[in-house]
Design a binder for this molecule. Structure first.
Ligand code: PLP
Length: 225
């Protein structure tokens, strides 16, 4: 991809986002030059899903980039990203939350996280089931984790062409967000994020209460694995 194509794609995505919806540019598997092109067009929030790749990019790229960890994070990797990560988007167990809390404390900081929900019908997806998430919140254990701040929820809709199905899943996530906002986070103004929408469905997501879309291919082209 040429820089100009990346910038054009970026601007095309931005043009579709209503006010209040943030764009996380998903740069996994793409070279740092692609990130620099988007950066030069003003993009500051990027998402990566592999600790080692992220580390290399962090070392080489401007310090004012906000990095989101979007993939499945193994507990033994938390310590490597804890010093600098802006947000860990896909937290799907209490075990992982505890480890983030511990490593954040070691770094004398608070790490923002999202709870990953499993709503899509595909079986391979990670995330809390809605009942699992309710149970976790009810346990109150998370309330003692002072170095993590739960900022909202994230999910991936089923990867299907059926727009009705996608909307249904995103709206379930929205309903669940409002439920737990009311039950557990009414006094937490930072609990406001709904991270859904990828290249193929971000336009639907912005109609379904998303506050954060995660677009990779639509900006940087196909990934080369
Ligand atoms: C890779 C990835 C994306 C971006 O997917 P595209 O289809 O390239 O936009 C978004 N969210 C998560 C969790 C991802 O792993």
């Amino acid at each position: 991809m040429k820089d100009v194509e990346i910038v054009n794609n970026l601007n095309a995505v931005r043009a579709c986002l209503p006010e209040g919806v943030r764009l996380v540019a998903i740069s996994k598997y793409h070279p740092k030059e692609y990130i620099e092109a988007a950066y030069s067009a003003g993009q500051r929030v990027f998402g990566e899903s592999h600790e080692q790749e992220l580390k290399e990019k962090v070392e080489q790229l401007p310090k004012d980039i906000e990095w989101h960890f979007i993939g499945h994070l193994q507990t033994n990797k938390v310590k490597y990203i804890a010093p600098y990560i802006s947000m860990i988007e896909a937290v799907d167990s209490v075990k992982l939350m505890k480890e983030i809390n511990k490593q954040a404390a070691k770094n004398d900081r608070v790490i923002d996280i999202l709870l990953e929900l499993h709503i899509a019908e595909e079986e391979t997806k990670y995330g809390f089931t809605l009942d699992g998430c309710r149970e976790m919140l009810k346990s109150q254990e998370w309330k003692d984790m002072h170095n993590v701040r739960i900022c909202g929820v994230m999910m991936m809709a089923s990867n299907v062409p059926d727009e009705v199905q996608i909307r249904k899943e995103m709206n379930s996530a929205w309903e669940f967000f409002t439920e737990i906002k009311q039950d557990y986070f009414a006094d937490a103004p930072w609990f406001k994020e709904r991270s859904w929408g990828m290249s193929h469905d971000y336009k639907i997501a912005v109609q379904c209460h998303s506050t954060m879309v995660r677009v990779g291919t639509g900006i940087f082209g196909p990934r080369v694995y």
